[in-house]
Design a binder for this molecule. Structure first.
Ligand code: ATP
Ligand code: MG
Length: 564
């Protein structure tokens, strides 16, 4: 909560945030003439769907490019042939576009640079900066040492350059099996930074690559490939997350030794973490594969596809990322901040209609049978531009079960025997009685109405304390609504004793037979609405059919995660 309050205070004070540390570093670079323009990139590995953390990186990178009049690239980091899938490439491209990050026609695949990488590896060998090793993976690990022990040099480290060139060519030609040879940089086995202890640059892997097919049986390692990808594309500022800080000396070594004329600069920032949810592609993938959730876009997830399906807008995520801020210190953003952002975004944009999630019938005994009328109700009290609509009204309505009590506590202002309330946008009604079933559940509520009290008629005779919403019974649409709670119950600790995730058993509640204003039956996928008192809802893009929308609750109206 502290997070949310701080942000909100910031907004109220109208304080234009000062430049973040990345912008300050870029300003410095431009001032000192290190670069004369700015170019950034977002480099996802196509091995899963993007999540809210990636949204931060996407919006940061594309935002910086826009701010400095530079370019922004979308680059698929598909150098690892094991995991990539076209499904992921398609979803990532769609998500980045949807978020509003403009990469134009600058969409690239790192695998298109395999030739350049190979040439650069040959250059390093010729310069005596790389060698072919025969140690096994285990041996390399053992030779590497650790934080307290310096590493030992491989016995193959000082091969003649000619021999290295021949062996590396043979690696490429497929003369070795997986793991039999590696190409390693020759840097410093005594370096306090373990990443600098002769890191592996290339490995043998006889795997078909989705883009290059069987052209290659050697593949570059991330720490070698990534700086080359950046340099080839003319990236100036390579923004990445903190875990790469220790890799920066190697990044700099690669771009320097590979003799790129305009080496890019790596700058690290803190990842975005969110309370009560699962971020991290690996973890989300597990939930999807184990069937804990219903696919990558299950609305309880925080993949971008899930957030979109749930009803989040690009604007709300942009605002969320802005308010979360860019820093070098790891911290978790509050889930309530995300909810605040979508409420604020939809508040003035979307119409407010009536839906009754848990209906009970209300009969107005003195309203003429067989008659009815259309009432003009404004669509958004705070935004007249959204106009108004006509809502059917008659003798029989549905109201929310919780809006009637037989024996209410003192402060209860809604309907109970003898009490008068306003039916939103309609008339005052006074409860005259009710019926129950054998178990004592209320099955029907009776009332009378006062025709003088029609909304908008200027009636000022008396006031009522409570207003309740309703839907006319005969014309009501019947729909399914899905109410969500957090997937992870963080109050009891994110993990169970056995290390498994502590799932909230109530994360999805399906409510069938909700009653909605008839107009809502025409709602289209992704359309969102405020349902009076019940929250913001969005038409599910997957399970809705023509005339039969399914509504996802995006967020309740108040800052509370509990279902009623
Ligand atoms: P994950 O940690 O979720 O598995 P990843 O880092 O493996 O993600 P990539 O596809 O390699 O996923 O990430 C693409 C870019 O997104 C990288 O530059 C990475 O630093 C950035 N990124 C990943 N997670 C976050 C996060 N939580 N916050 C901000 N940026 C992130
Ligand atoms: Mg990764």
């Amino acid at each position: 909560m502290a997070d949310l309050e701080r942000c909100l205070n910031g907004i109220e004070e109208g304080s234009r945030e000062s430049k973040n540390f990345i912008e300050q570093l870029i300003d410095e670079d431009l001032r000192e003439g290190v670069y004369d323009h700015v170019q950034t990139r977002f480099p996802p590995e196509p091995n899963g769907y993007l999540h809210i953390g990636h949204a931060k990186s996407i919006l940061l990178n594309s935002g910086i490019a826009r701010e400095y009049g530079g370019k922004f690239n979308l680059r698929f980091d598909d150098t690892n042939p094991m995991k990539e899938k076209t499904e992921f490439v398609d979803s990532i491209r769609r998500d980045v576009q949807w978020l509003g990050a403009d990469f134009g026609d600058r969409m690239f695949f790192a695998s298109d640079y395999f030739d350049v990488m190979y040439e650069k590896a040959m250059l390093l060998i010729r310069k005596g900066k790389a060698f072919v090793d025969e140690l096994s993976a285990d041996e390399i690990r053992a030779y590497r040492g650790d934080f307290t022990t310096p590493g030992r040099e491989s016995p193959h480290r000082n091969r003649p350059i000619e021999e290295n060139l021949r062996l590396f060519t043979e690696m490429r030609e497929g003369k070795f099996r997986d793991g039999e040879r590696t190409l390693r940089a020759k840097i410093d086995m005594a370096s306090p930074n373990i990443n600098m202890r002769d890191p592996i640059l290339y490995r043998v892997a006889h795997i078909i690559h989705h883009n290059t097919g069987d052209k290659w049986c050697i593949y570059p390692m991330y720490d070698f490939a990534h700086p080359i990808e950046d340099a080839v594309e003319g990236i100036t500022h390579s923004l990445c997350t903190l875990e790469f800080e220790d890799h920066r000396p190697l990044y700099d070594w690669v771009v320097r030794e590979c003799e790129f004329p305009h080496p890019p600069r790596q700058i690290e920032f803190a990842k975005l973490y969110l309370t009560n949810v699962v971020t991290g592609k690996r973890y989300i993938k597990k939930l999807v594969e184990e069937g804990t959730v219903d696919g990558w876009d299950d609305p309880r997830l925080v993949t971008i596809a899930a957030l979109r399906r749930r009803g989040y807008t690009p604007e709300s995520l942009q605002q969320f990322v802005r308010l979360s801020g860019i820093s070098k210190a790891n911290s978790s953003s509050d889930y309530s901040l995300l909810e605040y952002c979508i409420r604020e975004d939809l508040k003035l944009k979307r119409p407010r209609l009536m839906a009754v999630l848990d209906p009970v019938k209300l009969v107005i005994e003195n309203y003429p049978e067989g008659e009815g009328e259309l009432l003009e109700i404004p669509n958004n009290l705070e935004n007249a531009e959204l106009g108004s609509r006509q809502v059917p009204f008659s003798r029989e309505l549905y109201i929310e079960r919780e809006d009637f009590m037989i024996d209410p506590p003192k402060k209860y202002k809604r309907l109970y025997p003898g009490n008068e309330v306003r039916l939103m946008g309609a008339y005052f009604v006074t409860c005259t009685g009710y019926e129950t079933d054998a178990e004592g559940n209320v099955t029907l509520v009776r009332c009378t109405y006062d025709p003088e009290t029609k909304s908008g008629s200027g009636f000022e005779g008396r006031k009522v304390k409570g207003t309740i919403h309703w839907v006319e019974a005969r014309t009501a649409g019947r729909v399914e609504a899905r109410l969500y709670e957090q997937l992870i119950d963080e109050e009891k600790g994110k993990l169970n004793e056995d290390g498994s995730l502590n799932f909230n058993p109530n994360s999805l509640k399906v409510v069938r037979n909700c009653c909605v204003e008839p107009e809502l039956l025409r709602a289209r996928a992704y359309e969102s609405f405020q349902f009076v008192r019940n929250g913001y809802f969005c038409v599910d893009c997957r399970d809705s059919a023509e005339g039969m929308p399914v509504f996802n609750r995006i967020v309740s109206l108040k800052s509370s995660f509990k279902l009623k």
